[in-house]
Design a protein around this ligand. Sequence first.
Ligand code: HEC
Ligand code: HEC
Ligand code: HEC
Length: 297
Amino acid sequence: MRRLLSLLLPIGLALLVPAAMLRASDEEKPVARTYAPMLVAPMSQTAEQVAAKSDGCYSCHTRTDQPSMHASPAVQLGCVDCHGGDATVRGDPQLGFKDPVYVAARERAHVLPRYPHRWHYPDSANPKGSYTLLNDEAPEYIRFVNPGDYRVVRNSCGACHIEVIEAAERSGSLITAQRAAEQDREVFVVPGSPMDPRHAGSNSLIRDGAILTRGENDILSVMGLPHSPRQAVENPSQKSDDSTTAKVVEALGPTPTAVDELVRRCQVSAAAVAEVLLALELEGRLERHRGNRVSLM
Ligand code: HEC
Ligand code: HEC
Ligand code: HEC
């Protein structure tokens, strides 16, 4: 369960800048849509039920080794459980992607956006700033493009991962990201290794349009400020290992300690300390106090 902690959110670093300058000034009028109600992905079901929930999707999407998008074959989920859409609709790829009959089938099977032009629909390469653009779309569509988005995650993942979701919801970082999205601000995220599940959440924010941040210059660029001469590039996957966690935990106690002081005492980077603190917070072991001070619970 622990490695799942980062799944839904875990932003090592989130800085906020108004997104107005990034948002395209497009005047597209919303298309009126009626969405089918969002169902909750069930904790358990039969193989037949799973097959029925993926059937039509497979007529156009190729089968993969991990149909549930989980490494474990024990997880029984159909496409519709997570994405929504209509799995009774079948398409014929032999017609070609542009054929009107094919397109009509795809549109019936998929959940469609209110602003198709902004999304370059149906191209799955998402536009820049899509993280905030999604605020204008219905939850049904958000779920279709990313079932793991925190705005819909209780429906798609809640039956089996509710503890992680609730821990993530209590975390200061997720609240920050939520506020940022609500206020139409841009979210900056430090990427992690795609093979490390602890970074799945933050990496998917990047996929959804948060700004990939490798160092201070990435932030300065977006703000239109001159670059600083040195570009601090750190390998995020090496930032926190077990020995860092041990050092930080040792330096912490029940009395509040300033985060700066922790960084000095542990002699590791501020980013590494922040990552350990976030993990502790999600586990419910850390309390935050005024003045950027923290203590163990
Ligand atoms: C008639 C063919 C067809 C059917 C049926 C179909 N799809 Fe698709 N789907 C496509 C095509 C074509 C794309 C676009 C691929 C691209 O541009 O990368 C796509 C893209 C997607 C995307 C990516 C959208 C995005 O914006 O990121 C998702 C998710 C998806 N389909 C899920 C489903 C699910 C779930 C089902 C079953 C309920 C389904 N599809 C049924 C043809 C189909
Ligand atoms: C456990 C829930 C779950 C199930 C079941 C599931 N998906 Fe997904 N799918 C996701 C998530 C989460 C993402 C977004 C991943 C990301 O952004 O990296 C996704 C992304 C996608 C994409 C977009 C990929 C891209 O590169 O943009 C397509 C297409 C897709 N899924 C199709 C399917 C099809 C077809 C099925 C059924 C065979 C299916 N999914 C079953 C959770 C699921
Ligand atoms: C039907 C129950 C169920 C649902 C719904 C579900 N999961 Fe899982 N998930 C599991 C189980 C069980 C495991 C543990 C598998 C293991 O350890 O072998 C798991 C493990 C994971 C992991 C760890 C790596 C992996 O691939 O096994 C990730 C990441 C994950 N789930 C993401 C999601 C996301 C995101 C959603 C919603 C879009 C979701 N899950 C919905 C049951 C579920």
